[in-house]
Write a protein that binds this ligand. Sequence first.
Ligand code: ATR
Length: 274
Amino acid sequence: MKNASKKNCYAVFGNPISHSKSPEIHNFFFKKYGFHENYVKICASKENFINEILSFFQKGGKGANITLPFKEKVFLLCNSITKRARIAGSINTIKKYDKNFLLGDNTDGVGFLSDLLFQNLIKKNFNVLILGAGGAARGILHPLLEFECNIYITNRTFSKAQYLSKKFKKFGNIFSIPINQLKKNNYHIVINATSTSVFNVCPLIPSNLISKEVIYYDMFYGKKDTFFMNFCKKNGAKKVFNGIGMLINQAAHSFFLWKKIFPNTKEVFNFLEK
Ligand code: ATR
């Protein structure tokens, strides 16, 4: 069946959105599991996005992904919110039930952890250094703490790292640490959760802390290696990863919420690589 004859029941809302790979991933899942539905990207207006999302659901939309800059702002339109979305402080997935009842969920954190597990990059009790204390960092704290990792969080604006470490202390071992107190080889994995890769600028970590034993993971992805990935490789890192696996896995968890099927992520990975 051609796309034109399928209903646009699912969409990702963001601004900008042209770069999004979510339609490719979800349409792959829909086709593979026999759903004659389509997933599109919608560039919502910054002033009127609530009405645009509501109108999508009123016209037959069944589910949506929400991306920047709306993730923190869609709480208002959901009738119910999952615990993980409340803890993350943002919603990336909405499911419509009967009578326009909208459930807001967040699959970023669980998708991130699924990818680390799938790629065998994480173990219980690992020391994890997180660079950044914005929305992306916040979204991965709870799954990592629940998995019993020790988290060290640093940020350009240190007060934000302190705020998050205080807020998430009840879930496990989390410490805020100023950039100038970071020590070489104290961490098993370093996560770039800053938006530096979006703007293609230098990340926080000093070059003399980069080590070939440590894993470096950029939550961002692009066609080419990000600034952070290049920086780590240039300074001797050997285990360097981007966020494409996280993107695929968060999509798989959204698909599961909508369709109650957990899709095969390896296949879509191969498909995107092609
Ligand atoms: P996101 O939702 O992508 O996490 P955000 O909430 O705006 O976006 O957070 C951006 C993060 O990237 C913050 O931790 C920010 O640091 P500040 O809190 O000091 O602003 C970090 N960041 C952005 N640009 C940066 C840069 N040039 N150098 C270091 N950190 C940067």
